[in-house]
Design a protein around this ligand. Structure first.
Ligand code: ZN
Length: 551
């Protein structure tokens, strides 16, 4: 059927051609006459905490609705990357999108370790097979993360692009979108043409990056954008909790990228903060700059922004304050007198950690909502019992999974909510999950979930049947994402970042992690005399020179 359609259009001859440059606008008139194009849409995303003791396996990506293909895949992220991509692509005439069979996110989120080679091959082979059977494509959009950790595959996102390139051929264009916690270098762009990375942390701009990917990919296919890129990798490795872009100096780097995009037409700057909890050869910060056929400009901007990051390296590391759980709970008692407070247990990578819960109990913190403690076994037990609201509760929860999770904690109280759980971004949790809230102590509630979860918006508690307004403190498993709903919104007056006394996985003390691939001894601040040489500042000679006619 596809072939027939293409033959029919070929019969239109010159009438199907559009002059170069005419399609830069998305007016339906310009595109109604444009050559029909087909774009494959694919998704394979995981942020892998490779230090966790249990692997991420095939089954983790298989649940009701996943894998997805066709319209189901295209509709799978209405407010994130794919949603933005689909919306803009469909503003153009004669653009056909094809959702290729792809796994959606892991039902364990980022709460599991290395992806097995089997799981990676299983899904990528299926994606490639589907891509082949769907016929000719002018381009492919790959919705990726950048910190996917696969056993025996050094750079999985680049490998995905390489495999897709083999199918769509050298003339096709490939665009990727990424999370800023990606560990990237120039490899992906050897196989792909375009990369668009979220700039803000919390991750506010996924939809926007999807929109840009669509528009630029279509311009490439139509011959209006000739992508050239420059990549710089300042040797800086930072834990995620320090990377909040709502404050300087991280905000300043985002602002620098935005400024370049604002002042130069057709420039895109991707700023990867890097992801330290993935043991990867390319872990750490990275900048990619794309221009429309101007390699000198790409180099200049890449040097400028990488140099800016390097100059700010000390501040990037030392601006954020993280305290122990003991100190955090003590501070929260005072802070609660002034208004609602968030206790963000940033370092828990299993979801099962009980250190903060132990301190809440020991220091008799009241009116506190603890969300969540992950305990799959406890949830299975409760499910078998047919748990319901009002049941008395006396069980040990959390801990056990590994040393970072600590000891299980016995909670005696009353079941106050039973629900299906929520996703990180809102909406229902994957699969038929069971989440249970238990009232205990002086106005406290602890929520038990099967897997690690970050509650990023207080209103997500409403979906669990819990009214957040009735609490004064929120003890959550989150690093930075919580700012979205808890502090950027003004809902909470203050926040306190906590981690255990010992440097477990997730710690800000990265020197304690057992890296085998990441060259930590060559990365600031973990080695003395790390050298990074960039052009400028103070040298104008290399700049290709554009008179600022609008300045
Ligand atoms: Zn991220």
């Amino acid at each position: 059927m596809k072939i027939q359609r293409r033959q029919a259009l070929a019969g239109l001859g010159a009438a199907a051609m559009v002059p170069l440059g005419a399609g830069a606008q998305t007016s339906s008139k310009a595109n109604a006459n444009a050559r029909p194009i087909r774009i494959a849409v694919m998704h394979f995303v995981h942020e892998t905490v490779t230090f966790l003791p249990y692997d991420t396996v095939t089954d983790d990506f298989i649940y009701e609705g996943s894998p997805a293909r066709g319209e189901a895949l295209l509709a799978s992220q209405p407010v994130s990357y794919i949603g933005g991509f689909v919306t803009v692509a469909r503003e153009y005439g004669n653009v056909e999108l094809v959702g290729i069979e792809s796994p959606l996110g892991s039902k364990k989120g980022s709460g599991s370790g290395w992806i097995t080679k089997d799981a990676f091959d299983h899904f990528l082979n299926k994606m490639i097979a589907d891509l082949k059977t769907q016929g000719h494509f002018d381009g492919a959009y790959l919705c990726l993360h950048g910190a996917m950790g696969v056993r025996d595959v050094a750079k999985p996102e680049a490998e995905i692009a390489r495999r897709v390139r083999e199918v769509i051929g050298p003339k096709g264009f490939i665009a990727g979108t990424f999370d800023p916690h990606g560990n990237e270098d120039a490899e992906f762009l050897r196989h792909a043409n375009l990369a668009f990375c979220i700039k803000y942390y919390p991750h506010y701009d996924g939809y926007l990056q999807g929109e840009r990917a669509a528009r630029t990919l279509i311009r490439c296919i139509r011959g209006q954008y000739k992508p050239v890129s420059a990549t710089r990798k300042p040797p800086i490795l930072t834990p995620s909790v320090l990377q909040w872009t709502g404050a300087s100096p991280w905000m300043d780097l985002v602002q620098r990228a935005l400024t370049w995009e604002a002042r130069e037409p057709d420039v895109y700057v991707s700023f990867y903060y890097g992801f330290a909890f993935m043991d990867a050869i390319d872990a750490g910060m990275c900048f990619q700059v794309m221009t429309n056929g101007n390699p000198e400009l790409a180099d200049h901007i890449a040097d400028d922004i990488a140099g800016t990051a390097w100059r700010l390296r000390d501040e990037l590391l030392h601006h954020t304050k993280v305290v122990s759980h003991t100190e955090g709970v003590r501070l929260a008692k005072d802070a609660m007198q002034q208004g609602k407070v968030v206790l963000a247990d940033h370092s828990d990578r299993t979801g099962a950690a009980t250190w903060l819960l132990q301190q809440i109990i020991a220091q008799k913190l009241s009116n506190t909502l603890i969300g969540t403690i992950a305990d799959e076994d406890a949830i299975n037990t409760l499910r078998k019992k047919g748990v319901k609201v009002g049941d008395p509760f006396d069980m040990e929860i959390g801990g056990r999974i590994d040393v970072s999770a600590g000891k299980p904690v016995r909670i005696k109280g009353t079941v106050s909510s039973v629900s299906g759980g929520v996703m990180h971004g809102g909406g229902k949790a994957a699969g038929s999950q069971l989440w249970v809230g238990v009232k205990f102590g002086d106005g406290n509630v602890v929520v038990i979930s099967p897997y690690l979860v970050q509650i990023v918006e207080p209103r997500h508690f409403l979906d669990l049947g819990i009214d957040p307004d009735t609490f004064k403190a929120f003890a959550i498993k989150s690093r930075v994402h919580f700012h979205r709903g808890f502090t950027d919104s003004g809902y909470c007056k203050s926040f306190i970042l906590v981690e255990p006394d010992q440097p477990f996985v997730g710690t800000v003390r990265l020197e304690a992690l057992n890296y085998t691939h990441t060259p930590i001894k060559k990365l600031y601040p973990y080695a003395a005399n790390v050298v990074f040489t960039v052009k400028g500042p103070g040298k104008l000679g290399d700049y290709p020179g554009r008179d600022g006619t609008t300045e």
